[in-house]
Unconditional design. Structure first.
Lengths: 588, 683
């Protein structure tokens, strides 16, 4: 199974102690990547970078293979690798020079929408290209159609300024003209330039650290160690792959709509084949590209597939290119998961769904390993308006926490950020109210939003907003029309949903909107609960009792879904009534 | 006489200082987890401390922290604003692990059915939107009584700006369930962010009954033995508090243990003139590092303990899993790894002979000759090097390395991890390591400090006297400290200065009152003011010192300028954006007399009399053993010099100095080691 990759045979490293040297260099590279991250977070201008961690960064070898990354947004995993390769291909390696810093956000090549801009510093030592330090982060505005976020663009031409491998530094000299182009193509130029500078400083940090490393160990040793780091990453992945069941399985799931045609749901189909040497994710059968902005660049489709593969094989070790060598992604060019110019790609939410659809496909063979569906995606709510006290424009956003899916090992977690954004934090009530004309009326875990099961799903979070001044509510959510799936006989979770003007005759249950609201208007944002795992009639009655006592599960659900009868006067399970009810249910 | 006692997981360290002569006595006794107070008294006895002659007893304890780690604190209930009982469970919804689809949060300290809601609501300016529902509150208090809860937390939204409703709830609880202890969130922190404030209060309530029982018992035992002096506890944010204050607000004692090292480092910075220090405290299970900048301990205001936030100032201590007990292992890809799992104290490293089969850092250090099996803990603990070899051979075989290559590899990989952690802590705050000295202490600090310093580019290593007991030593140097803060979000340029002055005056009045209760005369009280500022629209803040006395509009440009400079230092840039005030802080310090530290006798410069012999140490770069001269630290005198390669031994610590490094004994007995660098020789 293990590929021969004996480091001691690699030229450039003496046999004695070579193994240790690789580990020392690997640790150094990981620390350098973390230092890049700290540098980015330290110098960034926007909350979105240091609170939401909307970035992905790493150190690459000369062939654009990831050697070390730092934790950021999980959904950025591997997307940068694709982007870097495309960029070098486009520019030509011979046109990349020491001291250059390159900007890149052409979605079809850069693996995300236009506002996620990749900044890259090539690393040179002794006139030779050694590798790259690269960092992608969210820019707040590049003159895209709508401020904040776009839900209904129809081509790249209304998604903002494209930076096709533009050099902001050429051989160490800053190009003011490039900065001017950006500055004059943004609604908030200072913030955007500020964040760009933070990314540049982050890449320079990586560049400097790698140069020090090469200086210390020599180029030959560095290159040999880099290859061994990748081979080691591959060996771990292959060892874990060997333990997975072999076969082919399919699953599909639905995206609410494309943002333009609100009545047509879109199918994503995934067929996963696991062999002794490969893990193939095939999107054949997925709907064709659409008019609205939910099409996915290929690099993003590959990246989110890699996220699932990583979670299933090597979640416990730092990511590098070697980890992904057994992974193959097939995405038909006509489909919405392989966007071709000029289709719109702004609302990348379907990418968030894909890792879980891959788990869904594998569930029949790996029901002991994969969880049921979580709430399904990131439920984002953004408010924009003019503050009545300060007179200034305000923009505040928060991502709501879903329930995780139940799994063989236990219940899904309650109220936790979706698996695509592990480091993302919510926006506290007191902070929101200090910054925006909003009154949060309640913030809670929604009773019974969890899918029932022997191991139940987690509960999703709900936040109730009252606008105290006129403003716009922008909600970003694309899985509200289907419920989070269950596994092994569990029940589905309550889906994501948005309710505007609740309790009035205008009450409106919806998904993604950009809606003007008046002072006094109320909007409820609810993130989905996780699907259940296993027949709920097999859940221990004591656990059901505990859930009812804690109010996670209602008395009615206990009876209806779990067949458990509870005496609330002294908080005990009515064992006889429960046994009878469960017998009856099992027979039915 | 002063005594300090630092209770750790395995050992309780004791330092007794004779205030008249400045002489120190260092002792170690075993920690008694079931009855920590008896371990402390045993420490007094072993050090021959005469209770009646001691004026100050400073204590560091991990009791509160352990209660958190093992989830053995009190049954706590939370009372909060209607609609928000899940704030505590939701937290900030994030996690550290990137690829775990089945992640579970650490077990909550307060289950949902013990989180109660009362109708009341303030807006962000403290105006009442919904009045406090007293009848509802009474009914909640009765439910709490029926649940048999011992401690209650009250945290209402925006109570940092108007505590009236929390105070009203306290009154109801006092009437309805007088036996429970009550923690009001605004008393611990007047800062916004409801989850962090609730969490701070919950930690306080959770450990309060345990801490009260312990401090009461220890206090009465001490009194029975005739002790009449001060009884102080080190505090998470630096300084100390009286045992009485600790019983009221035990949340400040959570990092009481590691705080001693930082306090000691700050004192040593003054004493030696090395005013910038990075500490490297290598213990059995982990390694702690913190910074002293210009003689000041580095304090952060958004700390977490075991993933639970505490929004009171805490010394910024980073911990990584690289201790003496860290286990070496081979991963699925066939690579050697070290830590973060630790063999702990039991079974401990393989050489302990307590059944541990895993090779640890300590086993590697013994195998390559850094440590001497005859001198472990001054010979007090018998260890068996052959067991270390057996454990390491289990790894070296599959790795196709020799025994010694594998052992040296374990040390090198540990050093690489430590190097990364220390570089990250310094550069993330905008500092350059070359401006610092590395202070090595704890059981293993001296084994790795020189190589780590060389790797990072730190020119000097300092090993203090008594490095094995350094945290306890540091505790001797405390002042009594209280911290107060108030969130007050307002633009700096047009701030209502009368209001700001009044808030500072109130915070100082609280400090003066607290210090007065502890018996401090006004002339021994100091007040330090800070403000946390940020650019409008940002979330992160920068703390800057604010001058004493009445603030006038003429201060504003200076404050803005020093904020800009501090922001540039910490974040790499300044902007033209308007600046806003977020939080006002006051630290009240009750200054205690400092003990005299004895100077070491001046030597001739010749370390010869301390020479014990030589030991072979394996060098991976040469793949052979090289002789290191071994010295007895207790025989070294001020001014003596020891050139590497050398090993300096003392009962609970070993310092390894390599080729080209040069140690000079300082006037207080500290070893000041100039680190050889291939770039420029020794500094």
């Amino acid at each position: 199974m293990t590929k021969s990759a004996d480091f001691t045979n690699v030229s450039g490293v003496d046999k004695q102690g070579g193994h240790i040297e690789v580990q020392v260099i690997h640790n150094y590279l990981l620390s350098a990547a973390r230092e890049m991250m700290r540098n980015l977070k330290r110098t960034a201008y926007d909350t979105i970078i240091y609170e939401i961690q909307d970035f992905g960064l790493g150190i690459y070898d000369r062939d654009c293979r990831l050697l070390a990354e730092a934790p950021g947004l999980a959904i950025f995993t591997r997307g940068n690798d694709f982007a870097l390769r495309k960029m070098v291909e486009f520019l030509g390696e011979e046109n990349i020079h020491q001291g250059d810093v390159i900007l890149f956000n052409y979605p079809y090549w850069s693996s995300n929408h236009t506002l996620d801009v990749l900044v890259t510093s090539p690393i040179f030592f002794d006139q030779q290209l050694v590798g790259y330090a690269a960092c992608k982060a969210h820019w707040l505005d590049l003159n895209q159609q709508d401020p904040g976020y776009c839900l209904d663009t129809t081509s790249i031409h209304n998604e903002g300024l494209v930076l096709p491998g533009l050099k902001i530094y050429k051989r160490g000299v800053r190009d003011q003209e490039v900065e001017n182009i950006i500055r004059f193509n943004s609604r908030i130029p200072d913030r955007v330039i500020g964040n760009m500078n933070a990314q540049i400083s982050c890449c320079r940090t990586g560049e400097r650290r790698v140069r020090e490393l090469v200086e210390k160990f020599g180029l030959e040793t560095f290159n040999a160690a880099a290859q061994e780091i990748l081979n080691h990453g591959e060996r771990i992945a292959r060892a874990r792959l060997a333990a997975l069941p072999k076969g082919t399985w399919s699953a599909e799931d639905w995206v609410d709509d494309d943002g333009v045609d609100k009545d047509t749901m879109l199918k994503i189909k995934v067929t996963v084949t696991v062999t002794d040497t490969e893990f193939i994710v095939d999107f054949t059968g997925t709907d064709d590209a659409v008019k609205g902005p939910v099409n996915l660049p290929l690099g993003l489709t590959e990246g989110v597939s890699a996220l699932a593969f990583k979670a299933l094989t090597t979640p416990d070790s730092p990511a590098n290119d070697g980890n992904f060598r057994p992974l193959k992604v097939i995405a038909p060019e006509v489909s919405l998961v392989n966007a071709q110019p000029p289709v719109a790609t702004f609302t990348i939410w379907p990418a968030i769904h894909i890792p879980e659809i891959i788990c869904k496909a594998l569930a029949p063979a790996m029901s002991e390993v994969v969880p049921a569906c979580s709430g399904g995606e990131v439920v984002s709510m953004m408010g924009v308006g003019k503050h009545p006290v300060t007179g200034k424009v305000w923009l505040e956003a928060t991502n709501e926490a879903v329930g995780f899916g139940g799994h063989a090992g236990g219940d899904g977690e309650n109220g936790i950020m979706h698996l695509s954004e592990p480091g993302c934090r919510n926006n506290p009530v007191e902070v929101l109210e200090n910054k925006a004309p909003l009154l949060i009326e309640a913030y809670y875990l929604r009773q019974d939003s969890c899918g029932a099961g022997e191991h139940r799903g987690g509960l999703g979070a709900t936040r109730i907003y009252r606008f105290t001044a006129p403003g716009n509510a922008v909600t970003i959510v694309k899985k509200t029309k289907t419920r989070p799936w269950a596994l092994n006989g569990g029940l589905e979770g309550d889906p994501n949903h948005i309710i505007v003007w609740p309790g009035t005759d205008r009450e409106w249950r919806t998904g993604a909107i950009n809606q003007p609201l008046q002072a006094g208007d109320v909007l409820i944002s609810s993130a989905g609960g996780g699907g259940g795992w296993g027949n709920p009639l097999r859940r221990s009655p004591d656990k059901v009792l505990e859930d009812v006592r804690d109010g996670y599960v209602s008395l009615e659900s206990a009876k209806r879904d779990y067949g458990v009868v509870i005496d609330t006067t002294n908080w005990t399970v009515d064992t006889e009534a429960t046994a009878a009810l469960r017998r009856e249910r099992a027979g039915a | 006489m002063r005594i300090s006692v630092d209770v750790g997981g395995t050992f309780t360290d004791v330092v007794v200082l004779d205030s008249a002569t400045g002489t120190l006595r260092l002792e170690k006794v075993e920690t008694v987890p079931r009855n920590p107070a008896s371990g402390v008294l045993e420490g007094f006895r072993k050090a021959d401390a005469r209770f009646a002659e001691i004026d100050y007893f400073v204590h560091g304890t991990t009791l509160g922290l352990n209660a958190l780690l093992t989830r053995t604190g009190a049954k706590v209930a939370i009372v909060t604003t209607r609609g928000f009982r899940d704030v505590y469970e939701l937290g900030r919804t994030d996690r550290d692990t990137m690829y775990d689809f089945k992640y579970r949060k650490p077990k909550t300290l307060v289950p949902r059915h013990l989180r109660f809601e009362v109708a009341e609501r303030l807006d962000y300016q403290g105006n009442v939107l919904t009045p406090f529902d007293r009848d509802g509150a009474v009914s909640v208090a009765r439910q709490i009584r029926n649940e048999g809860v011992r401690a209650v937390v009250v945290c209402f939204l925006h109570s940092y700006t108007n505590p009236a409703h929390e105070l009203a709830m306290e009154e109801v609880l006092r009437q309805e369930c007088p036996e429970v202890s009550v923690t009001l969130s605004h008393r611990l922190t007047r800062e916004y962010r409801e989850y962090e404030r609730t969490s701070t209060a919950v930690i306080d309530a959770y450990i309060k009954p345990i801490m009260r029982t312990y401090l009461d018992r220890l206090g009465s035992e001490l009194r029975n033995q005739g002790y009449g002096g001060q009884f102080l506890l080190t505090r998470s944010g630096g300084g100390a508090m009286t045992a009485t204050a600790a019983k009221e607000e035990p949340v400040h004692s959570v990092m009481s243990g590691p705080a001693g090292g930082a306090i000691g480092a700050a004192y040593l910075a003054e004493l030696t003139g090395y005013r910038n220090l990075i500490t490297l405290d290598m213990g059995g299970t982990s390694l702690d590092t913190t910074m002293v900048v210009d003689g000041q301990i580095s304090v952060e205001n958004e700390a977490t303990v075991e993933h639970l936030p505490i929004s009171t100032p805490m010394i910024d201590i980073r911990t990584i899993g690289a201790g003496g007990g860290s286990i070496a292992w081979i991963d699925d890809g066939g690579a050697l790894q070290v830590g973060p799992q630790s063999a702990g104290a039991d079974p401990g490293p393989a050489c302990y002979g307590k059944g541990g089969e895993n090779a640890t850092f300590t086993d590697a250090a013994l195998t390559i000759g850094y440590l001497d099996d005859r001198n472990f803990l001054g010979g007090a603990m018998g260890i068996d090097t052959s067991l270390s070899r057996v454990a390491i051979e289990r790894l070296s075989g599959p790795l196709n390395l020799s025994l010694y290559e594998a052992a040296a590899g374990i040390i090198r990989i540990s050093e690489a991890k430590i190097t990364g952690a220390i570089r990250e802590i310094s550069v993330e705050q905008g500092y350059h390591p070359k401006d610092f000295a590395l202070l090595g202490f704890g059981g293993g600090g001296g084994l790795v400090a020189c190589n780590v310093a060389r790797e990072i580019g730190i020119p000097t290593v300092i090993i203090p006297p008594g490095p094995g007991n350094f945290s306890a030593w540091g505790m001797m140097m405390v002042d009594v400290v209280y911290d107060f803060a108030q969130t007050y979000v307002t633009g700096l340029a047009n701030a209502d200065l009368a209001a700001v002055n009044e808030l500072y005056a109130n915070l100082e009045a609280s400090g003066r009152e607290a210090l007065g209760r502890d018996g401090f005369a006004p002339q021994d009280c100091r007040f330090i003011r800070w403000a946390e500022l940020r650019y409008e629209g940002q979330e992160h803040t920068v703390k800057i010192e604010i001058p004493d006395g009445e603030l006038t509009s003429s201060h504003i440009p200076r404050i803005a300028a020093s904020f800009g400079d501090a922001h540039e230092m910490q974040y790499g840039h300044q902007t033209k954006d308007p600046v806003e005030i977020v939080t006002l802080r006051v630290r009240a310090v009750g200054v205690l007399p400092k003990p005299k530290i004895a100077k070491l006798k001046q030597g001739t410069g010749d370390a010869g009399p301390a020479f014990k012999g030589s030991r072979a140490v394996y060098q991976s770069t040469l793949d052979r053993f090289v002789p290191y001269s071994v010295y007895d630290r207790f025989k070294l005198l001020a001014g003596d010099q020891v050139a590497g390669p050398a090993i300096i031994e003392e009962p609970s610590h070993t310092t390894v100095i390599h080729e080209g490094d040069l140690a000079t004994v300082g006037e207080y007995g500290e070893l000041v080691i100039a680190i050889f660098s291939t770039k420029g020789g020794i500094a």
